[in-house]
Design a protein around this ligand. Structure first.
Ligand SMILES: O=C(O)C1=C[C@@H](OP(=O)(O)O)[C@@H](O)[C@H](O)C1
Ligand SMILES: C=C(OP(=O)(O)O)C(=O)O
Length: 428
């Protein structure tokens, strides 16, 4: 097993340029592929999740050209229908590829097989499959009911139905329906059953759909009407902004190790909900400044313990669990049950690994309560569970005065392959 030992770095400052947003990269690739016209996608993220989407689109007959060695890509849209009608797609552990492709392929009148890594086969997809079946899709489970792998056949679409979808397990199911159902050309109503989680991700979806010419009428978070007769049309160019979840590690570094640390690529103009991570740091007493395209964090004394609902920023919320190690008391993160069905059971993993550095942790079904120790334990060997965010989060322990060992650090490849190299560019 590979291990990375990070030595204590009491003070860090500097500026980093963020890699592209995962959520925007994969949505933009799919929308560009489904649209009519050619789209120049600029500053696409370079990571495993995006490679899986690119490979899938290639197998489905979409022409995507990388411009030299840049992260700019030219996507030739297929005008609503993939030319390849039969394909076997492997999508790793990329939720932003698996869920939206399931919905789009369910409408393609072809035969497709979708699979992923073992963990992807433990991540639920039943609520999305139920919703697609209500629209007339033909989808079967090749393993356990409710989970990938899936087999998709030609649909017998039912026009004019109201499609119900549960919103309490993953917002990606609603995102997938929103992106795919305009392909039917019919007016479609999607009704969210129960409380919708991770709401800001739906704003990203609607924003990008609008850029590709498809408008959705919404009544709050409960009802989404896609008027018929709309088609995705390339806007010509889409720039992928920096990843706001990846920004959280550097902003936390500024908060824990003096700073100032500035991230470039997200700011006031961002369409990503995870920029709100900065507000939570502010609540903890961190000094935050923000421009249209940058955010800066620096420490201003000991962090304050907080009790917060973080349902709106489930990914960046993990970084708050680490900031809690530097707080003046017990911090409680609430309404984060979706952590249990992500790259690993993150509530259990976070509790186990925080205890290794000496924290007292209470793990609830949908919350975690963290009390820092008087003295952090040195050289804790942190297991990462093939979860990029576990590795990136626990790297920050080295900013709290003790060395830390990260097991299997390469799992950061899911969203941020050169994370540790970029972290090392911050200086004393
Ligand atoms: O739509 C998206 O781009 C995402 C939605 C969130 O998932 P859930 O809606 O499952 O919480 C988030 O955790 C994931 O990393 C990306
Ligand atoms: C939950 C995550 O990924 P996915 O897009 O696979 O759901 C994540 O990146 O934290």
């Amino acid at each position: 097993m590979e291990q990375l030992r990070l030595t204590p770095t009491p003070h860090l400052a500097g500026t980093i340029k963020l890699p592209g947003s995962k959520s925007i990269s994969n949505r933009t690739l799919l929308l560009a592929a489904l649209s009519s016209g050619t789209t120049l996608v600029r500053d696409l993220l370079d990571s495993d999740d995006i490679r899986h989407m690119l490979a899938a689109l290639g197998l489905l007959g979409v022409k995507v050209e990388q411009l030299g060695n840049s992260r700019d890509f030219r996507v030739q849209g297929v005008g609503g229908e993939f030319p390849v009608k039969s394909a076997d797609l492997f999508l790793g552990n990329a939720g932003t590829a698996f869920r939206p492709l399931t919905a789009a392929l369910a409408l393609m009148q072809g035969n497709y097989q979708l699979s992923g890594v073992a963990r992807m086969h433990e991540r639920p997809i039943g609520d999305l499959v139920d919703a697609l079946r209500a629209a007339g899709a033909e989808i079967s489970y090749r393993g356990n009911p409710g989970y990938p792998p899936l087999a998709i056949g030609p649909a017998s679409l039912r026009a004019g139905e109201v499609i119900p979808v549960k919103g309490n397990v993953s917002s990606q199911f609603l995102t997938a329906l929103l992106m795919a159902l305009p392909l039917t050309g019919e007016t479609v109503t999607i009704e969210v059953v129960g409380e919708l989680i991770s709401k800001p991700y739906i704003e990203i979806t609607l924003n990008l759909m609008a850029r590709f010419g498809v408008q959705v009428e919404r009544q709050g978070w409960q009802r989404f009407v896609i008027p018929g007769g709309q088609h995705y049309i390339s806007p010509g160019e889409v720039h992928v902004e920096g990843d706001a979840s990846s920004a959280s590690y550097f902003l936390a570094a500024g908060a824990l190790a003096g700073g100032p640390v500035r991230v470039e690529g997200v700011g006031n103009n961002s369409i990503q909900g995870d920029v709100k991570f900065a507000d939570t740091l502010r609540q903890m007493g961190v000094a935050i400044t923000m421009g249209d395209n940058w955010i800066e964090a620096s420490a201003s004394g000991k962090l304050k313990a907080i009790d917060v609902d973080l349902n709106h920023i489930p990914d960046a919320a993990m970084t708050i669990a680490i900031a809690a190690l530097a707080a003046d008391g017990t911090t409680t993160l609430r309404n984060i049950e979706s952590w249990r069905v992500k790259e690993t059971d993150r509530l259990s993993a976070m509790a186990t690994e925080l205890r290794k550095v000496g924290a007292t942790v209470e793990e609830g079904q949908d919350y975690i309560r963290i009390t820092p120790p008087a003295q952090l334990l040195a050289d804790a060997e942190i297991d990462t569970y093939d979860d990029h965010r576990m590795a990136m989060c626990f790297s920050l322990v080295s900013l709290l005065g003790v060395p830390v060992v990260i097991n299997d650090p390469k799992c950061v490849a899911k969203t941020f392959p050169d994370y540790f190299e970029v972290l090392a560019t911050l200086h004393d």
